[in-house]
Design a protein around this ligand. Sequence first.
Ligand code: PLP
Length: 393
Amino acid sequence: MDFNFDQKIQRENTHSVKFDGRRQYFGTTDVSPLWVADMDFAVPECVTRALQERINHPVFGYTLYPESIYQSIIDWFQRRHQWTIEREWIVFAPGVVPSLFAAAKAFAQEGEGVIVQSPVYFPFFSAVTTNNRKLINNPLREINGRYEMDFEHLEQCAQQGATLLMLCTPHNPVGRVWSEAELQQVLEISRRYDLTILSDDIHCDLVYSGVKHTMLGRLAQPGDKLITTIAPNKSFNIPGLGLSALVIPNAAERNAMKHMFETLHVGNYNPLSIAAFEAAYREGDHWLDALMQYLETTRDFAADFIAREIPQIKLIKPEATYLLWLDCRGLGMGDAQLRDFFVRSCKVGMNPGTVFGEGGSGFMRMNIGARSVVIINALNSILKNIPSRSNEL
Ligand SMILES: Cc1ncc(COP(=O)(O)O)c(C=O)c1O
């Protein structure tokens, strides 16, 4: 089956954050939008068809979750991740981020600690701080060109009154796919210190060849306090539809999360989200496999180009996600100057690393979920504008 990821789709004037939000975020629309984590590709045809079929019915009333959507999740995770999920473990939620916030409230009291591992997707911080929980950071360590979790320090964090660990797996922005051994260590520490784990696996399907993502849930034992968040949103480019699912084997944690959403009366979702979600998991395999091939070609091109042409910037090839974590410290600029350089001189709009917390200074995050020509042009523009010696700027 052929899929055309090179097709140009006009996204301007569609109320797209990535395109139409540029003026607000960058102060100009004259930047190539390589920031917010959605892709510029059309969704798989099975998703469009399911949406159209639902739209053909002219009533959009309050909607139940059909049994078939539960089954689509069970089948997808069995088929793609060899993880056996039971029907009763599944709880639906709006996007994944609300679940981060709900978990911070459900599994830590005010003042109690929640562990995050920076640099990390920024709502991991705000989920904790806006709810007056104590943020405990276990920064990732870069060792020989590879990001790793600091398990010794993680234990020290656990000893500081932490009750919850928020794990990003695969990890945004550094692109690591945690190995089974690493995940086992996380589980062991969580057991030793009675931590609940919120495992955000939203990027679990966006894994490049030669690497295997392990669902933490597949390794967990009965009794482990684990909440896994999943969604087809990133994998199939439907984050605007805002539906995700939680997989929670233990009744106590499941009820705690359900209760948190009940206190806000969050529970009924829109029939279009349900149709798209189910179609993606039921029929999206071929599209996703083709997407990953396309993204891998772009990732490899970018990595080679940067290594060859722009040695001032370093890239550790991500094992997953369509996000490149660019180490720009070799340019010798401060964070404000760096941002200004990419926006004003290169006209490339990326997320500044500082928003991902400690370990983000001097970095930029580039979203390659775009036509490859867009990424090639952005890299060439960076190359053209790069000062030949960084101290000349
Ligand atoms: C790790 C992670 N979790 C959650 C989200 C967003 O999830 P949602 O849009 O479903 O709230 C993102 C988006 O970039 C992400 O990277």
